[in-house]
Structure formats: structure tokens, C-alpha cells
Write a protein that binds this ligand. Sequence first.
Ligand code: SF4
Ligand code: SF4
Ligand code: SF4
Length: 367
Amino acid sequence: MAHCRKQLVSILPSASCNLNCRYCYNPTFRKIKPEHQRIDIDFAIAGIRDFFDSNESRMIRYYSAGEPSIAFEEMKIIRDEANKMAGGDLRVELQTNGCFNEEVASWVDKYSDVVWISYDGPQEIQDRNHLTKAGTGSHAIVTKNIREFVKNKKMQFGVRATVDPIDFHRLNEILDYFKSLGIKYACLASVFSSTALGSDTKKLRLLDFAKEFAKSFHYAQSIGMFIQTHLIFNFDEKVKIACRACTPCPHLTPDGYVTCCDETSLGPGYLPGLLQELTYGKWDPRTKKIKYFPEKIKRIRVRNICNLKREECKTCSILENCAGGCIPKSFYVTKDMYTPSEEVCEATQYLATKIPLNQGRFPFLHS
Ligand code: SF4
Ligand code: SF4
Ligand code: SF4
């Protein structure tokens, strides 16, 4: 389903995490000032109100620069206030590492309509990738929570698996494992390395991932599952913009900024310079209002199919099923939000030869 259908306001309540994952894409959270660790509840409520005033959607989403449930008390208050604003008709999505106790699990089970847990597969893989602060594996507690959520018929539940290149050949085995737990939906992505985080982008091996993903896409359907990846999230429906970031949909950061994307989960004080382009508002605790930056909003909105700067895009036959793809996945490499990277382009084009386009909407929106 066209990713831009996912119209919601994302609240990033916490900047801390209870895990210490091997490939954490966001190590900056370890140096965050104490006053930026938790969202100001007044800011969250103001951001939700502004969003509801300008958008028909009544959906909020919890995500985080760390793990949202670290700020569980704030999450409960914000959800209740948002539900009042929505006239009791609020929808809630949560993206989490799934490492929480029964009290949190029971709240999630009761109030969430959509839940995505970062979960990489069988115990050996999960415990290798997702470590606790004590250095132990997280598989047991996360799997316990997953087993409960898959029973919830009112919840759309899925897992978000990050795949290390050493596991590319194991995608079907990973899917079999998910299936054995009753999981129907999964979003898979290769480990995201970036120049911004000091990694070598050549190690991304995105095309190798795409080749394995294409095989597993069809395998998943044969076992009653459906899988996605960020490279195909608009393969079922033609679009003008790649995703909600280009609307822009607000992401309220714990340090008081409004950004348009999950990967700008903190404000300019913590972001690599180029990503600051994706910040378009700032909370003023004195006036209790959010100041928006119209010039920034304009620049984000023109990231559409008419303005992509990669020369090939002008004549690309899948332009409207790509629309330039996920912004930061290319931005880190090309240093320009309008220019998709060669690797992303190559992997997307490959997948378009293996996965049929525009055959009816996918059953869920990408995480
Ligand atoms: S759960 Fe996410 S934020 Fe926390 S350590 Fe793992 S990758 Fe980093
Ligand atoms: S597949 Fe490549 S050329 Fe085609 S629209 Fe996407 S980035 Fe541009
Ligand atoms: S991470 Fe990519 S898909 Fe997600 S909001 Fe940002 S640009 Fe869109």
C-alpha cells in the first residue's frame, strides 16, 4: 500500500534504550543530555492537536530514538489525551524492541491497533543482534511478548527484521521461524550502514539482499505470510511521493523538534548536518506553541516524482512505484534529498523485475 497513506503523528517519547544492539543505528542516544531524554508531554499534546487540526487521520504512533516504552508513563498520558482529542476514536501504532514487562505488554495489548516489534529471527540470530545492557540475549522476553500479541485478533501485528549480510541466505528459514510463532507480517531490511555513522556503504550489499528478498517474497506467500521491504513499499500503487515523510507527517522528538522521518529521531543538536533539512518545527516551552518553518516544509514537499535529480529517473518506467524511495537511505550517500543513490536505484529496479507491480494493495503499510 502506498506508504504515503500512512498518515499519522509519530511521538518519540524517549531517547534511551534498554538494549544494546550490535548494529544500533542510533548510537548518539547514549550522549543525549538529561533534559532531552523524555518528551515534554505538553509538546506531544500540542503536536497531536496541530496534526489533528490539519489532517483527517486520528492516528498516533510511538517510535523512539531508543525504546519508546522507557517513557511508559508519558505514553499512557499522551494516549489518553489524544483519545479525548479524537473523540474516543483514536488509533495507535507502536514500533518497539518488544523488551518490556507484563504491565507494559498488557497496556500495549489493550490499546494498540498496529504493533511492530524489531525481531530478527530464531534465538541464535536474535540473541546475537539484540543484546541487553548486561550483554545477555533478548530472545526470551521478546518472544514471550510476541506469543501474546499474535493472539490479539484486533491488532495488526508484525515484526521488523534487520538482516545481517551473513544471514541473507537464511531468509526462508527466518520466515519459517516467524510462521511457527503465528506471525503473518514481516518487514525485512538489510543492516543499514551509512557514511553518517562512519560505516562503509559498499558493505550494504543491497542488491544481494534484494536478490534473496525477491525469492522470499514469493516463498512467504506460499506459506501464508506477507513480507515487505523499504525498496518495494510502493510497488502496489502508483504514487507522487515516496512516503509520509514528504507530506510531511510530524515526528515529535524528545528534544522538542518536529521532523518528518524516523531517522531524524532527534533534533539538529544530535543530527548529522544534512539530516537537519528534515527538521521543520520547534517547540517553544515558553509560549507552549510549536513554531513551524514554512521554507523547510516547502523543500520537503517538493521531494516528489517531478523533482528527483537522478538523471535516470526522468525516463524510468517504475518512477511512480519508486518515487525516489526512502529519503535517508540515499541522503547519507548522495548528500542530497532529491537524489536517490545508485545502490538503492539498482536494488529497486532489480526487485521490479521479480515482483509484479500494481496488482492490488499489499495487506499492510510498511513499518
Ligand atoms: S532497540 Fe533500537 S535503539 Fe535500542 S539499542 Fe537496539 S537498535 Fe538501538
Ligand atoms: S528506480 Fe532508480 S531511476 Fe527509477 S525512479 Fe527509482 S531511483 Fe529513479
Ligand atoms: S525512514 Fe524512509 S520510509 Fe521511513 S519515514 Fe523516513 S523516508 Fe519515509
